[in-house]
Design a protein around this ligand. Structure first.
Ligand SMILES: Cc1cc2nc3c(=O)[nH]c(=O)nc-3n(C[C@H](O)[C@H](O)[C@H](O)COP(=O)(O)OP(=O)(O)OC[C@H]3O[C@@H](n4cnc5c(N)ncnc54)[C@H](O)[C@@H]3O)c2cc1C
Length: 387
């Protein structure tokens, strides 16, 4: 039987980052398997490329700050270009209640050292993004070090440098099961090219992670959730340097990428078809109506139906990542449930899981709030529906 010291299931940005960081720490015989024909076919290739540290919990702010540090030196570390472009995230409130939610998150951010996140009034907002119709806006928050990153380039950077360190990455290999042995440890990984025995296994299967965990008898609470993106025709109506602009009320947000405006608005997925990634015409109509009302200049461009897309978030019950050894299966490691923040947090999560696997615990920061057991212990992180 083929052997590996670590077998990583999934070569998205999370699996690539974990493999790279393990190799950096001296692990050898790392094998990464992915059923797709090449990089970026999962959620990583669908991400719009936002980066933010403006979160409502200390752990998410800390993950972003660690990632930001690593994104800033990504070229030195991996030779790739993460495309970190700090143009800011601008959150807009239309009610006092929304503003209070943003303010309380900002207090958490300040405690964690993100002091550049500030409250802004309508006059500041008019300067930060003159295209916004202020009729519905009473204030907001802005963090200039938030901004954009390039998901596929980050994935490519990690894959390339992992390979240079000896990691083997194989495409079109589907993992079909886990064979359990003594101590409920994974003894072998069943694949479409035969079984592989591995000392440790990493579940980095993104939106499909629950199925992998199930093979080990584990009920991993990670569910797919469709996210649709409406894309305009090429236009220069809004500048590339426009901050990510988010209407807190319903999560509608927009940015400019590669000369087009991307419009997003979260909705529930397709009932009964959680892995469906079609784009609904009615959804496009609704998101365009929001854009026209809130950012009127968008009225002067059209949607390019062929350029619109949808992908899957991998959502955990408290919308925080799940990181560490699987409960009751000590050599299966989980890096799952990033809940839509997986690209921006991949640099941090890869490093932290490599620490856990190498030393038994993370040393860069406390990852207790991400422990897989928190669901059994009913000790979830607070969930913010707004940010
Ligand atoms: C529309 C949209 C916008 C987003 N915007 C952002 C953003 O702005 N910023 C951000 O940080 N995040 C964003 N995200 C979320 C981000 O894309 C994900 O959190 C991240 O890509 C997760 O990475 P991953 O490696 O876990 O998953 P994936 O990239 O999906 O990788 C998982 C891989 O596992 C493979 N796999 C699964 N099962 C098997 C199996 N049985 N055998 C072999 N291979 C298997 C799949 O083929 C896949 O390649 C967005 C997501 C969407 C859909």
């Amino acid at each position: 039987m083929r052997t590996a010291s670590v077998l990583v299931i999934g070569a998205g940005v999370i699996g690539a980052s974990v493999a790279y960081h393990l190799a950096r720490r001296g692990w050898r015989e790392i094998l990464v398997l992915d059923r797709s024909p090449g990089p970026g076919q999962g959620s990583t290739g669908k991400a719009t490329g936002g980066f933010r540290a403006q979160y409502a919990t200390p752990i998410n702010v800390r993950l972003s700050l660690l990632s930001r540090e690593k994104l800033r030196c990504f070229r030195e570390e991996t030779g790739g270009n993460a495309g970190y472009h700090p143009v800011g995230y601008l959150w807009l409130a239309s009610t006092a209640g929304e503003l209070e939610v943003l303010r309380s998150a900002r207090r958490v951010q300040h405690q964690e050292g993100l002091t550049e996140a500030v409250e802004v009034g309508p006059e500041d907002i008019a300067l930060l993004n003159p295209a916004v119709n202020l009729d519905e806006v009473i204030g907001g928050v802005f963090c200039p070090s938030d901004g954009f990153i390039r998901p596929l380039d980050i994935l490519g950077g990690y894959l390339t440098s992992a390979r240079k360190l000896g990691v083997e990455v194989e495409w079109q290999v589907e993992v079909t099961g886990l064979r359990l042995g003594p101590g409920n440890r994974v003894a072998a990984v069943e694949t479409s090219r035969g079984p592989v025995s591995s000392t440790a296994v990493v579940n980095a299967a993104g939106a499909w992670a629950a199925q992998v965990a199930q093979w080990a008898g584990l009920d991993l609470p990670v569910a797919p959730l469709r996210r649709q993106v409406a894309v305009t025709a090429p236009t220069d109506l809004l500048p590339e340097g426009m901050p990510m602009t988010i209407f807190t009320a319903d999560g509608f947000h927009l940015r400019v990428r590669d000369g087009r405006v991307l419009l997003l608005w979260p909705t529930p997925g397709v009932p009964g078809q959680p892995f469906d990634t079609g784009v609904d015409d009615e959804w496009i109509e609704s998101v365009v109506e929001k854009a026209h009302r809130r950012v009127p200049v968008v009225q002067r461009t059209a949607i390019d139906q062929n350029a619109c897309w949808a992908g899957l978030y991998e959502v955990s019950p408290d919308k925080h990542a799940i990181l560490g050894a699987a409960p009751d299966c000590p050599n299966l490691f989980l890096a799952n449930g990033c809940s839509g923040h997986g690209v921006m947090h991949a640099p941090a999560l890869g490093q932290l899981l490599a620490e856990v696997m190498s030393d038994g615990a993370a040393s860069t920061m406390d990852v207790g709030p991400l422990r897989p057991n928190r669901f059994r212990e009913s000790d979830l992180n607070p969930v913010s529906e707004l940010l």
